[in-house]
Design a protein around this ligand. Structure first.
Ligand code: SIN
Length: 339
């Protein structure tokens, strides 16, 4: 059977335009539709080989504006296409700014069985489509090479010839083309002249949150989880303000991730405020603001849960998913107890 590669467009710099072809920073993201982007890539037909190509514009935004409703739309479309027997893989074009968060989210909620069979490859660009030297076309060609590789599984990110896992990928540079890094874990592989060289097998996660299935995800409320940071002179004022009685426009905070200094250390006043929040039923997770490594559990850092190696932004997603699962389980238990 002829296999299909499905491209889902979400916007980003890869779809951005500037009035001057030499301008790689003063552009507007998310201007060119995914079909037009693909149509402009010389060599794409050759790269997809015997696969058919399909594209769909899911959203068209600068990824700094990505929100829960965009994720809901995206995850539904990714899951839909992945579940088709004639689809080999899904490629998502995305802005670089929050790509790591979307990749991690998809890796946690998509059906784990499908992710053990197929890949979802996110790709992006640091220069707009209008640039005289754009990086988007090559990144898309590299993403296609990865998507077609038999060894590609789970949610992956491809940028500047490097393949990253959803768990480890992190944007580490605001300008250079090779803007992503996998920290101590290192990349999963490389794309060289259209050939994929794997250095590690793809880790596969998928749907840990059974009660928050992709089908029901848009009916679920995303619990408010805020990130606070420790720094010189930090206080508990922000945490205390956020814990005040919610207003109609501002839902109650359900969780905090604290990006601690060093091994997750937190200023004593901030720690006190986080403990007060915990006592009110707000969940607190401790991560580190260090670019590498993870919080090493120790008696010195006390009773706050650590983020199990996740960066603050990914720990926030993980905590929100856990809170959603707890809420769904509690609702189910309440319904069951009525019978
Ligand atoms: C965005 O994240 O949508 C804009 C920045 C980029 O893609 O590099």
């Amino acid at each position: 059977m002829l296999k299909k590669l499905v491209f889902l467009g979400t916007g980003g710099t890869i779809a951005g335009t500037a009035t001057d072809t030499a301008d790689n920073v003063g552009y507007t993201a998310a201007q060119v539709g995914v079909e037009r982007l693909l149509g402009a890539i010389t060599g794409l037909r050759h790269a997809v080989g015997d696969c058919a190509l399909e594209s769909e514009q899911v959203v068209q935004i600068d990824s700094k504006d990505m929100g829960w409703r965009h994720w809901c739309a995206l995850v539904q479309r990714v899951q839909h296409h992945l579940a088709q027997s004639d689809v080999a893989a899904v490629v998502v074009t995305h802005g670089t700014d929050t790509l790591e968060e979307t990749a991690f989210f998809l890796s946690r909620v998509l059906d784990g069985q499908l992710l053990r069979e197929k890949a979802v490859v996110l790709t992006c660009a640091m220069r707009p489509a209008s640039s005289s030297t754009p990086d988007g076309p090559q990144n898309i060609l590299d993403a296609v090479a990865v998507a077609r590789s038999e060894s590609a599984l789970g949610v992956l990110a491809v940028c500047a010839g490097t393949i990253h896992s959803a768990r480890d990928v992190q944007k580490v540079h605001p300008y250079r083309l090779n803007a992503f890094d996998s920290g101590e874990a290192g990349p999963l592989g490389f794309v060289e002249e259209g050939r994929v060289r794997w250095v590690h097998p793809c880790p596969v996660v998928g749907a840990p949150v059974s009660s928050t299935s992709v089908q029901s995800i848009s009916s679920v409320v995303w619990p408010r989880v805020e990130i606070v940071m420790n720094y010189v002179g930090a206080t508990g004022a922000t945490v205390r303000a956020l814990c005040r009685v919610p207003t109609a426009d501002e839902p109650a905070v359900r969780g905090f991730v604290v990006a601690g200094t060093g091994n997750g250390t937190v200023h004593e006043d901030l720690l006190l405020a986080l403990r007060e929040a915990q006592a009110q039923g707000v969940s607190v997770v401790r991560a580190t603001r260090c670019a590498q490594g993870c919080v090493v559990p120790s008696s010195a850092i006390g009773e706050l849960l650590d983020s199990r190696g996740l960066s603050p932004v990914k720990a926030r997603i993980e905590l929100a998913l856990e809170l959603m699962e707890k809420a769904a389980d509690a609702a189910l238990a309440k319904t069951t107890s009525l019978f």
